[in-house]
Design a protein around this ligand. Structure first.
Ligand code: HAM
Length: 426
């Protein structure tokens, strides 16, 4: 372990990158608010029990990936591995079901899973997500999928693929589970060790195993689609019809089951095929039993979450992140120790007028300070020297052109505004 390296699977967002993150976050917030979602900020940690119940005790997330700890009061707490269960907890806690109608919430922030790090997979990562709670109509499913699609489109992304499936309801799934176990039992020695256990505890999980031997076996297994009850079948047809109506393209993936147990009926993922192994930038679906499972009334829900690192990588890959500059507009250069109070005041005055200002702290030589000003990228330098200051004047230098102009101290802000390049003036 090295104290000077961040823990495995985590990373720092440095100032230049943070600007691109802010741009991405501002755009996401704007679009979600326009679709009627209100932001919710839940705690970073929750009672461990919430995730055991919500996500499912036999999922990989709960069995292997949670950062859980016991606090000094003896309570078991867990850094949130996802946002849906916490939002549902808050929905119940604040009795939002009592307000009538449906509730639309969105969130954005860090999540934690102890997975094996690789490109696009981190132990602390960020998601933004939406949850539409209180609506069982297939229109809600389609609306949420179209929202994901539109959001990416508005960020400039095209060429992403939507994978769509239904996992039925607990009733039809029960029959399917039996059929799946029967089909795989005789060849269970060909399953990977994890899937042998999964077959007993949570057979549907075998369907999304990435091991070739497991995939070969499940390719022969019966399809969940043949076991759907009429209501689940109609619901899925309706979701498809709505997506077709607005020409949002999707691909049916009969083996898409997703890694969380709360899903019922519709599930979907958005894929960027150019990202490599971790190519899902978004995953979601319907969770009609989750509110009740977490101790609330029987209320349906549907939503998705998007991995922001993967979204960032996708935008970067496709050259869609705007160029950002942290350069100041003005760099202030005091030429003697006595003049540092004046330069300090100049920075104060200009910042109060809204200019981005960088201040030379110690009076080094003019050459050294001009070099620093140049490096900062500021188009203007304000040079404060003894001679000019005797006449209560300062020099403004246009860094690109090399022109210099003496101006009265009282006119400093006005002159700076006039001398800035047009692109900097707003
Ligand atoms: P999830 O599929 O586990 O679903 O995660 C959603 C997205 O978060 C993934 O598609 C991926 O982009 C990103 N993600 C997940 N794990 C990592 C990781 N270790 N490193 C980087 N990115 C990651 C959920 O979390 C559900 N709560 C989604 C949902 C909301 N379903 C209904 N409502």
């Amino acid at each position: 372990m090295s104290l000077t390296v961040s823990p495995r699977g985590t990373y720092d967002i440095m100032p230049d990158q943070a600007l691109a993150w802010q741009w991405m976050e501002i755009n996401i917030r704007e679009i979600l608010v326009a679709y009627g979602y209100g932001e919710i900020r839940t705690p970073i940690f929750e009672h461990t029990e919430l995730f055991l119940r919500g996500i499912g005790e036999t999922t990989d997330i709960v069995e292997k990936e949670m950062y859980s700890f016991t606090d000094k009061g003896g309570r078991s707490l867990t850094l949130r591995p996802e946002g849906t269960a916490p939002v549902v907890r808050a929905y119940i806690q604040h009795k939002l079901h009592g307000q009538g109608g449906s509730t639309k919430l969105f969130y954005l922030g860090p999540m934690f899973r102890q997975e094996r790090p690789q490109a696009g997979r981190f132990r602390q990562f960020h998601q933004f997500g939406v949850e539409l709670i209180g609506e069982d109509s297939p229109v809600a499913d389609a609306e949420v999928i179209v929202l994901a699609h539109e959001l990416y489109r508005q960020l400039g992304l095209t060429g992403l693929e939507i994978y769509l499936n239904t996992v039925g309801c607990p009733v039809c799934r029960q029959e399917y589970k039996k059929a799946l176990i029967t089909s795989l039992k005789n060849s269970s020695d060909q399953l990977c060790p994890s899937c042998r256990l999964r077959l007993e505890k949570n057979p549907l999980r075998v369907l999304d195993c990435k091991e070739a031997s497991c995939q070969a076996l499940t390719a022969q297994a019966p399809s969940l689609h043949d076991f759907l009850c009429q209501d689940c079948r109609d619901h899925f047809q309706q979701v498809r019809k709505l997506l077709d109506q607005v020409q949002v393209k999707y691909k049916i993936q009969p083996k898409l089951v997703r890694g969380l147990d709360y899903y019922t009926r519709t599930v979907f993922e958005v894929i960027n095929h150019d990202l490599g192994a971790q190519n899902a930038i978004c995953g979601g679906g319907r969770y009609d039993g989750l509110v009740e499972e977490c101790g609330g009334p029987s209320v349906p829900g549907v939503g998705f979450a998007s991995g922001m690192e993967r979204l960032f990588m996708t935008l970067e890959q496709k050259g869609l992140l705007p160029a950002f500059s942290r350069a100041p507009q003005v760099y202030i250069i005091p030429l003697s120790a006595e003049l540092t109070t004046v330069s300090f005041e100049a920075a104060f005055i200009l910042r109060q007028k809204g200019f981005k200002v960088e201040l030379g702290y110690a009076p080094k030589s003019l050459k050294a300070q001009l070099k620093a000003a140049n490096k900062s990228g500021a188009p203007l330098a304000v040079i404060i020297g003894e001679d000019e200051w005797q006449d209560r004047q300062v020099t403004i230098r246009q860094m690109y052109e090399g022109n210099q102009l003496r101006v009265d101290w009282a006119d400093l802000a006005v002159q700076v505004a006039q001398l800035l390049p047009p692109a900097e003036q707003d």
